[in-house]
Design a protein around this ligand. Structure first.
Ligand code: PLP
Length: 603
């Protein structure tokens, strides 16, 4: 049986039992039971299942692990963390995160005005807020306002002009200024797929000359006491810890130098994000544990503080992927198996068939376990010849259809006769024998990192796990774009079950999609965000909270600035009243497929 690497990537959040993927928490519901429950309420498209208990577990693990290291090394600084909103700003994710973080004083990081407004409104008062990214005077003013509300906010400066704006806003508004942090441009680079955030030519941060200038500028304006934090971020999804150690040493020395220059309130080093998550279902790609990570941070900073004779800095992290990725599972219904069109019932052999077709028919009938490979390869050769004959006008469309059906049936029969025990054998098969699974979702909307940077995500069926999957699978989404495909990859093969969708449903789960995918996703073909739901546990029962249906068609059109009044007026003018009523129903439906003719009756 195939476990789809669940032991590698799932971090004990999910497990397989009785052929089903189950949630390793509380009453251990199966994913299919949750999915059925949501679908019963009429939501037929792709689904995002969010599990706030997983977010909570990650926050707890982060704090406990760092605090254990701090204890072990008798470190004098404190551990603090913020969630970077860019990683997932959606309310269904953020609200549970904020309540789970309360007891840890877990805060938020914002990189734009809109994110700052979320932080100002919902952050637990007293928990830290850090501000990154490029800023204008208005954004700086917003930070002052957040401070005046009582927030513990630190504005991290990316350039000297931002410091100048702080001085201006201070003079003009007379509001109390927020704390200031300096983002340093490290000469040490990052690691992993997103390494470009670090290094001397990175987009962000102050050079050593600029750091000295910034401190002077603060001193000239009597603001040096505002400086509390040094910040760096060497890139997301670090697969090795080595670059982090270098960055820690570099920034630790900058911290110590500034302290010795008289930055008396400088008390923290913010190490950014970058803790990775295991996305691979085939082999481990992350080469450190959180414990090792925490110990390295604490130990390195302790050493530098000792060496330079300064107090041990408080530690801040902004890890986002680590906190959020595992909390969300994308469920996609399989709409169609490509080869379903080649059912044997569609075969219409003639009285007299072209010789190659007659031969295909013989291969199909006579195939035994012993001859399976040979016959299958023969049939694929024959099909190729028959397609050429069709192009040259020697066989007709019915012949061609018969040839295609017979070949597909031969392949299916071969697979079942061989009862493939060893996937190495499946790999020997011709690539023509892959099955194509059409999934009700948009790759561009729901897995943008697969489309953009080929990021792997764990994929597995959520049922049938007590049966051997026999089809090498390519996945297609429902956008009209041939990039909306996850092709079969012989190095990372995905095998799925040969199901008859007329008789049963089949769903694939995509795991670890809670970081970045939600708002990076795009509305290609105007497929919007899938229906989502928070799955929570109450007294041993599963409760579905905050079901948020995928956007209505009319709202999608409004979002891209169509005049929806005009659309409705034109449509109303153009059809009968009865038809217009139906049209209105469609307009208030979402754009995913739902097998339209069961529209009026529920499952
Ligand atoms: N902090 C900063 C400044 C970032 O730019 C990022 C992401 O790129 C993060 C934190 C979050 O990184 P991750 O999600 O890898 O933890």
């Amino acid at each position: 049986k195939n476990k789809y690497g669940i032991d590698i990537w799932s971090d004990n959040n999910f497990f397989i039992e009785d052929g089903l993927v189950k949630v390793d928490y509380d009453s251990n519901p199966s994913l299919i039971s949750i999915v059925k429950n949501v679908r019963k309420q009429g939501f037929k498209g792709p689904l995002l299942l969010r599990f706030p208990h997983i977010t909570k577990k990650q926050i707890k693990t982060l704090f406990n692990t760092f605090n254990a290291s701090i204890k072990e090394y008798d470190y004098k600084g404190t551990f603090n963390a913020v969630f970077p909103l860019k990683v997932n700003q959606l309310p269904n994710f953020i609200h549970p995160l904020i309540s789970a973080g309360k007891k840890y004083n877990y805060g938020l990081e914002a990189g734009s005005k809109a994110e700052l407004i979320i932080a100002m409104t919902y952050n637990n008062m007293g928990s830290p807020i850090t501000i990154n990214g490029f800023k204008d005077k208005e954004m700086i003013h917003l930070c002052f306002i957040a401070k005046s509300m009582g927030h513990h906010i630190t504005v991290i400066i990316e350039g000297l002009n931002e410091l100048e704006m702080i001085v201006e806003v201070l003079k003009e508004t007379k509001l109390e200024a927020p704390n200031v942090g300096l983002r340093v441009r490290l000469h040490s680079g990052g690691s992993g797929a997103w390494a470009k955030s670090g290094g001397i030519d990175s987009k962000f941060g102050l050079t050593s000359t600029e750091i000295l200038e910034a401190f002077e500028l603060m001193q000239d304006n009597n603001l040096e006491d505002l400086l509390t934090m040094i910040h760096f971020h060497i890139g997301s999804a670090m697969n090795s810890i080595k670059p982090l150690k270098k960055a820690l040493r570099e920034s630790g020395h900058i911290y110590a130098e500034l302290k010795n220059l008289g930055a008396k309130n400088l008390s923290s080093i913010n190490i950014g994000g970058g803790l990775s998550v295991e996305y691979s279902a085939y082999e481990r790609t992350r080469f450190y544990s959180l414990r090792e990570f925490a110990s390295d941070v604490v130990f390195t900073l302790k050493e530098i503080a000792r060496q330079k004779g300064v107090e041990e800095p408080n530690i801040f992290t902004e890890s986002g992927r680590f906190i959020s990725a595992a909390s969300t599972v994308l469920i996609t219904p399989v709409l169609e198996l490509f080869s379903a069109e080649y059912e044997i019932s569609h075969l219409k052999l003639k009285e007299k068939n072209p010789p190659l077709i007659a031969e295909l028919n013989e291969l199909f009938k006579d195939m035994t376990k012993k001859t399976a490979y040979e016959f299958m390869h023969d049939s694929i050769d024959h099909l190729e010849s028959l397609l050429t004959l069709f192009d040259l006008g020697y066989i007709d469309l019915q012949d061609r259809s018969n040839a295609e059906i017979l070949t597909h049936q031969i392949i299916k029969k071969a697979i079942s006769l061989l009862q493939i025990d060893d996937y190495e054998e499946l790999k020997r098969f011709d690539k023509n024998i892959q099955e194509k699974y059409l999934l009700n979702f948009s790759l561009f909307q729901s897995l943008p990192d697969y489309w953009g940077i080929n990021q792997e995500f764990p994929i597995m069926p959520i049922t049938h796990l007590d049966e051997k999957p026999t089809r090498s699978a390519s996945l297609w989404d429902i956008t009209c774009d041939s990039d909306g495909e996850i092709p079969f990859d012989i190095k990372k093969p995905l095998y799925l079950h040969d199901v008859n969708l007329n008789k049963e449903d089949y769903f694939l789960g995509f795991f670890n999609v809670g970081a970045y995918q939600d708002t990076l996703g795009m509305k290609h073909n105007l497929f919007s965000h899938p229906t989502e739901v928070n799955v929570v546990f109450k007294d041993g029962e599963v409760a579905l909270e905050h079901i948020l249906e995928s956007q209505k068609i009319i709202d999608i059109l409004e979002d891209i600035d169509y005049d929806t009044e005009e659309i409705q007026t034109i449509l109303r003018r153009s059809v009968s009243i009865e038809t217009y009523e139906i049209l209105q129903k469609y307009l208030s439906d979402n754009s995913y497929l739902k097998t339209i003719w069961s529209y009026y009756d529920d499952e």
